[in-house]
Design a protein around this ligand. Sequence first.
Ligand code: NAP
Length: 324
Amino acid sequence: MTTPSPLFDRLALIGVGLIGSSIARAARSRGAVREIVATARSGSTRRRVAELGLADRVVETNAAAVAGADLVIICVPVGACGAVAAEIGPHLKPGATVSDVGSVKGAVVRDVAPHLPDGVHFVPAHPVAGTEHSGPDAGFATLFIGRWCILTPPEKADPGAVERLAAFWRALGANVESMAPSHHDLVLAVTSHLPHLIAYTIVGTADELAEVTRSEVLKFSAGGFRDFTRIAASDPTMWRDVFLANKEAVLEMLGTFNEDLARLTRAIRRGDGDALFAHFARTRAIRRGIVEIGQDSPAPDFGRPHPDLPVEPLPRPYAVSDDV
Ligand code: NAP
């Protein structure tokens, strides 16, 4: 399914890792833009982007990438967005839309907005879709299908520019919703950032214990632990930046989590089976709700389709659910 006519003439991608390369692949396969210009920090990534044919042109600098672009999407770790914005600000075309894909929105808005000139539309975005893999080879055109893309436009944003970016994400297969950056950060702290922190913690803890039981940890990792190891394999730079940038919301959610953990600990210590059962029954219902609204598959993790699925015909929205 392609878009009848391109929504933007020239798309500039700054950073071509998992997310940037998935946008390039999806935008091209859907005909959402006429031309793609891309750049990345290192020569090796730029070369790989050219080899993979992900863009019509691969250029060396961020300034060259944005010159004449109608839509600029910054696809670098959250902590690097401000420096990129400072670099591209003077080279943006009047009337262009600047967006990003950062997993934290408040910090990105704070760091990017001051560098953008009047007459340029800033519409931050977060596609809530991803995997634990990084780099231009890791992306795939179907990544965003059936997933959410959250826009956090400033109050005074031009409605036409916001709608055009929403149409772009819908063309890539995403469902689009708008909210305030602070609300986004609170929601994602509990649905994504905290789960990643727990995965990073538990895999580290198991590794410390593994001195005694290394073979058992590996052998029996088909259980819950295996899912934790996959999440804990996510990119260290990206996740360092997420926790630094969303400190307040994560600490708030961590406080609530610690209280809940203390309640469950007490139930175990007291042998309170009713409390444990009631808690697990509630969480089972939450899981079933997620499957019912199509945000994950009931199949076990190893039943997931491979990312290299053909784009046409559209596969049913499937679960690449380590949404960040
Ligand atoms: P990635 O695969 O690691 O790619 C990152 C890209 O950014 C690479 O092109 C890299 O260039 C460039 N880069 C890294 N550090 C930079 C810096 N200091 N200055 C300029 N460029 C830099 O990362 P990703 O997973 O695509 O994540 C990109 C953004 O998407 C992040 O903000 C993340 O929060 C957000 N996001 C990620 C996911 C996910 O599941 N991974 C999901 C939704 C949103 P080189 O290769 O040349 O180093």
